[in-house]
Design a protein around this ligand. Structure first.
Ligand code: COA
Length: 258
């Protein structure tokens, strides 16, 4: 697949999707949002893809926000559409049935921070910086930032970050629960691969149903019914029989995704 703003690299079940506009600090223009939509559709549809690493080209930025050069034309109507389409694509990433890890070097600001938050986990380089600086432009985060940031770091800290527009370091982001790990920048992808490789040999349905159930809590405030249904779904699989048999027989399970 050839996409204007992204680079895709499939290796051993993991696809690495790289935001590829390093000269603009990987700012998310409308073409990038469309390309992410297309790329993640491929992730949903391609059975050979089991997991995703989302990263930015170069060391300077994961993404320095929505592309401000496209802001001049925005008014109430197209501003709403702009936010709605970004929200839809980021929700597609959050709902992806395969685990998605953001590997973050440099700035993750505005839409870049929102994109990282739509991923299931975040690994940050020591020099990474996070923030929602939209207030400095007279707007607010429009790609889910006002919703996901409080979920990840709590309401008071989220409101402080969004209202002040200040950046925080990777270490602070880690302390607040915004990122899972902070590592030297050379190890960001390796750490993401290490986590994904632990997940790749698990039962595929257990993985996708876990993502769905956790999202159900954050979306609806109550995922218990979703969890019960998902548990039932897992009980129907060959993988469940295999997992239990392997435990009893004291061997490693061989999951087939059936
Ligand atoms: N939209 C469009 N272009 C952007 C961008 C964005 N969000 N962020 C950076 N760029 C572009 C710059 O315009 C510049 O392009 P140019 O070389 O053609 O002039 C290039 O990326 C490099 O950025 P620059 O500002 O020169 O780098 P810096 O190291 O001096 O500063 C930042 C880095 C991140 C502090 C600064 O780029 C910045 O504040 N960006 C905007 C962040 C923001 O407000 N994001 C939220 C948007 S809603």
């Amino acid at each position: 697949m050839s996409l204007e703003t992204l680079k895709l690299d499939k290796t051993g079940g993991i696809v690495t999707i790289t935001l590829n506009r390093a000269d603009k600090l990987n700012a998310l223009n409308q073409q990038t949002i469309k390309d992410l939509d297309t790329a993640f559709q491929e992730v949903y549809d391609d059975p050979e893809i089991k997991a995703v690493i989302l990263t930015g080209a170069g060391d300077k930025a994961f993404a320095a926000g929505a592309d401000i050069s496209e802001f001049k034309e925005l008014n109430y109507m197209n501003g709403r559409k702009f936010a709605e389409y970004g929200q839809e694509v980021f929700e597609k990433i959050e709902d992806c049935p395969k685990p998605v890890i953001a590997a973050i070097k440099g700035f993750a600001l505005g839409g870049g921070c929102e994109l990282a938050m739509a991923c299931h986990m975040r690994i940050a380089a020591e020099e990474a910086k996070f923030g929602q600086p939209e207030v400095n432009l007279g707007i607010i985060p429009g790609y889910g930032g006002t919703q996901r940031l409080p979920l990840l770091i709590g309401k008071a800290k989220a409101i402080e970050l969004i209202l002040t527009g200040e950046m925080i370091t990777a270490e602070t982001a880690h302390r607040l629960g915004l990122v899972n790990y902070v590592v030297p920048k050379e190890e960001v992808i390796l750490k993401a691969e290490e986590i994904l490789n632990k997940i790749l040999n698990k039962a595929g349905l257990a993985v996708s149903q876990t993502i769905e159930c956790v999202n159900a809590f954050y979306r609806e405030g109550d995922g218990y019914q979703t969890e019960a249904n998902a548990f039932g779904n897992c009980c129907k699989t060959e993988d469940f029989k295999e997992g239990v048999a392997a435990f009893v027989e004291k061997r490693k399970p061989n999951f087939t995704g059936k």
